[in-house]
Design a protein around this ligand. Structure first.
Ligand code: PM9
Length: 464
């Protein structure tokens, strides 16, 4: 019998130089805090949180080199050195020709939506993202989901649940006509599906189909390097390619990108729009001065652009991704071993609890994922994020809730911040809540803002 290779661990490729102290809270303190926050983890004060898994957005730890870069900030109003370093880094590592810096991802989404979308247009995408879809709608467009069906099934083990169903796109083109589809929006490491990757094989086929109809592909590259690492692990023919090479290949199959640099790219703030087309670039460069700032800073300080240029170079290193994806997988494997229902396979930036299966006695009108996130906080001070019916918002025509198939709680892991022991504490807390799940009651929404309601909505416990 052939010997199996011995399992080797994924330990972090860094050592810790500075720490931030966090407070442990009592159950009474947490009960008071969650009531004050209207059972919305976005409204908790961070001082009341022990392990913060709300998001991986802007929460990663920067390296000593990035901090050193901050000291090299050139804060000139125009023509900052750091902008040119950032621009060259984006050109070298991602391959896009033109760069417009923005303060974060949604600002880039705003600009590209306003430039490319006309009223009545349809924008197909591999699952919606909250801010992306809203900007498409505000520009007069309508989002159409073309992700494969497996992405909506938490139990499907499909290795590339971010793939596009090309037949679905073909049907949309036939129904609306290619001139009503300004671009297809493709996310790498699809957030709302559980951080699931798209394969290069699928992206190549998509490229062929869209090119045939003169439709562009705009890439939401927020977590492109994490997607690339999954391709390296799972897609035939890519095992010997580096994450960096795969990132560049992904970008080469698209016409432009919006980036929230607060995730993959390891900075606390920042983003950009990158495009290859000269005319679109010209419009974007003009628009950025209206909404963000001059085109050589676009809402970022010089020091932030420097930290971002360095962060991009660190994000595409194989060793970084091995530990990053390894840590998320570690938490996922623990929860699976405990029998907790989670989205499979474990994704890029967090473990997603399946709240429909966790709390089957609650209907979606009782907000199971919102409830579960609040219960988890109550148990241990671990803060997670709802990604279910609250995040999905309302149908703009009927005014009814959108009821997504996936009703999830995201345990999002910031990069380079928490240890394996933190992951153990999180898993034990989830297990504790799982053991008492039958006693958990749902929530009622008592305040609902008009846009992106998940950020600010308030809830009360259903009693009686
Ligand atoms: N994502 C997240 O926690 C930030 C808060 S929720 C809106 O996952 C993608 C795929 C994202 C994303 C933000 C944005 C917007 C665009 N695309 O937050 O504006 O995950 O930088 O980016 C969050 P900004």
């Amino acid at each position: 019998m052939e010997a199996q290779p011995r399992k080797r661990s994924w330990a972090e490729p860094f050592k810790i130089k500075m720490v931030e102290l966090v407070k442990m809270t009592s159950l009474e303190e947490r009960e008071a805090a969650i009531i004050e926050a209207g059972f919305n983890t976005f409204l908790l004060k961070s001082k009341d949180v022990y392990i913060d898994l709300l998001t991986d957005s802007g929460t990663s730890a920067m390296s000593d080199r990035q901090w050193a870069g901050m000291m090299m900030g050139d804060e000139s109003y125009a023509g900052s050195e750091n902008f040119y370093h950032l621009e060259k880094t984006i050109q070298d590592y991602y391959g896009y020709k033109h760069v417009v810096p923005t303060h974060q991802g949604r600002a880039a989404e705003h600009i590209i939506s306003q430039i490319l979308i006309k009223s009545g247009d349809v924008i197909p995408g591999n699952m919606y993202f909250t801010t992306t879809k809203l900007h498409q709608e505000l520009a007069g467009g309508q989002f159409a989901d073309i992700i494969i069906d497996e992405a909506h099934d938490p139990e499907s083990e499909h290795p590339f649940k971010g793939d596009v169903d090309l037949n679905r796109l073909q049907a949309l083109i036939e129904k609306h006509g290619a001139d009503k589809i300004p671009y297809v929006c493709i996310a790498t490491a699809v957030n709302m599906a559980g951080g699931q990757p798209i394969s290069l094989g699928n992206l190549r086929e998509l490229r062929e189909l869209t090119q045939k109809h003169g439709i562009m592909i705009i890439h939401d590259m927020t977590r492109v390097a994490e997607n690339a690492y999954f391709i390296k692990q799972r897609e035939k023919g890519y095992q010997d390619k580096s994450t960096a090479e795969i990132v560049k290949e992904i970008c080469s199959l698209t016409d432009g990108a919006t980036m929230s640099a607060k995730k993959d790219a390891l900075v606390n703030i920042g983003g950009f729009l990158a495009v290859n087309d000269e005319e679109i670039f010209d419009k974007a460069r003009n628009m950025v001065v209206v909404y963000e700032g001059l085109h050589t800073y676009g809402g970022m300080a010089g020091r932030d652009m420097e930290a971002l240029a360095i962060g991009i170079k660190e994000s595409i290193l194989d060793d970084h991704q091995r530990a990053r994806i390894g840590q998320v997988q570690y938490l996922g494997d623990k929860l699976i071993a405990m029998g907790v229902p989670v989205v499979r396979p474990i994704g890029s930036h967090g473990v997603f609890l399946d709240a429909k299966k966790f709390l089957p006695h609650l209907s979606q009108d009782e907000f199971p994922a919102q409830t579960l996130a609040a219960e988890l906080y109550l148990d241990s001070g671990v803060r997670a994020m709802e990604r279910g019916v609250v995040s999905a918002g309302r149908n703009s025509e009927t005014g009814q809730h959108n009821y997504p198939k996936l009703e999830l709680v995201r345990l999002t892991i910031p990069r380079r911040v928490y240890t394996q022991a933190h992951m153990d504490v999180v898993a034990e807390s989830v297990e504790e809540v799982y053991l008492k799940r039958e006693k958990i009651r749902g929530l009622r929404m008592v305040y609902e803002p008009e846009y992106l309601r998940f950020f600010q909505a308030r809830f009360e416990r259903i009693v009686g």
